[in-house]
Design a protein around this ligand. Structure first.
Ligand SMILES: *[C@@H]1O[C@H](CO)[C@@H](O)[C@H](O)[C@H]1NC(C)=O
Length: 177
C-alpha cells in the first residue's frame, strides 16, 4: 500500500526540536509480539520508553526485561499497541518505521500522518513510531495489526500465545491474505 507521509512531528518530546518533513512511502502490516525497540531506555533519548508487557499482553514490565523474541526473553508488545478507527476516514495506530533504511533510534516516538493513496485513497492514519525496522526499506511504515504476520521474528508469538512458528496465516502479511 502506498502512503503519503504528510507530516512528521515529535509527539512526546518538546516541540520544535525536529523539523517537519514530508514525502511518500510504503506501508505494510505486522504483529510479531516482540518488545518494540523503542521500549528500551537506551533507544529513547529524552522521552519515556514505549510500554512493554509480560506474556499476558497487559501487565507492564520494566524496560530492562529482555524481548520475548530473544532466547529466554519474557517481555512482549502490549496488546493495546493496535490500531483503532475514529471513523471511516481517520484511524490511529503504531508502526515500525524505517526512514532511510537501517536502524534509526533517534526517530523513536515520533508521530506521523499517513495519507493513503490507491485503494485506500481518502483515508488517513496518525501513527506513533514505536519500533525501528532494520529489515524495512526507505520510508517504509510497518503498521502493527494483530494477525498481520510475524515477519522475521518467529519466536515472539509462539512463546507468548503458542502460535505456529511462522505465526498465524502467512509469515509476511498474516491472516489477511
Ligand atoms: C472523522 O473524524 C475526524 C476527527 O474528529 C473529523 O475531522 C472528520 O471529519 C471525520 N470524518 C468523517 C467522515 O466523519
Amino acid at each position: 500500500m502506498k502512503a503519503f507521509l504528510a507530516a512528521i512531528a515529535l509527539c512526546v518530546l518538546a516541540i520544535g526540536s525536529e523539523a517537519k518533513v514530508s514525502g511518500s512511502g510504503t506501508t505494510t502490516r505486522y504483529w510479531d509480539c516482540c518488545k518494540p525497540s523503542c521500549s528500551w531506555k537506551e533507544n529513547v533519548a529524552t522521552s519515556t520508553p514505549v510500554n512493554s508487557c509480560s506474556k499476558d499482553g497487559t501487565t507492564k514490565v520494566d524496560p530492562s526485561v529482555t524481548s520475548g523474541c530473544d532466547s529466554d526473553g519474557t517481555s512482549y508488545v502490549c496488546n493495546n499497541l493496535q490500531p483503532w478507527a475514529v471513523n471511516d476516514t481517520l484511524a490511529y495506530g503504531y508502526v515500525a518505521a524505517s526512514f532511510t533504511g537501517g536502524v534509526d533510534n533517534s526517530k523513536c516516538c515520533v508521530c506521523l500522518k499517513l495519507t493513503f493513496t490507491n485503494a485506500l485513497a481518502g483515508k488517513t492514519m496518525i501513527v506513533q513510531n514505536v519500533n525501528t525496522g532494520g529489515d524495512l526499506s526507505s520510508n517504509h511504515f510497518d503498521i502493527q495489526i494483530p494477525g498481520g504476520g510475524v515477519g522475521i521474528f518467529t519466536r515472539g508469538c509462539s512463546t507468548q500465545w503458542n502460535a505456529p512458528q511462522s505465526g498465524w496465516g502467512q509469515q509476511y502479511g498474516g491472516a489477511f491474505h
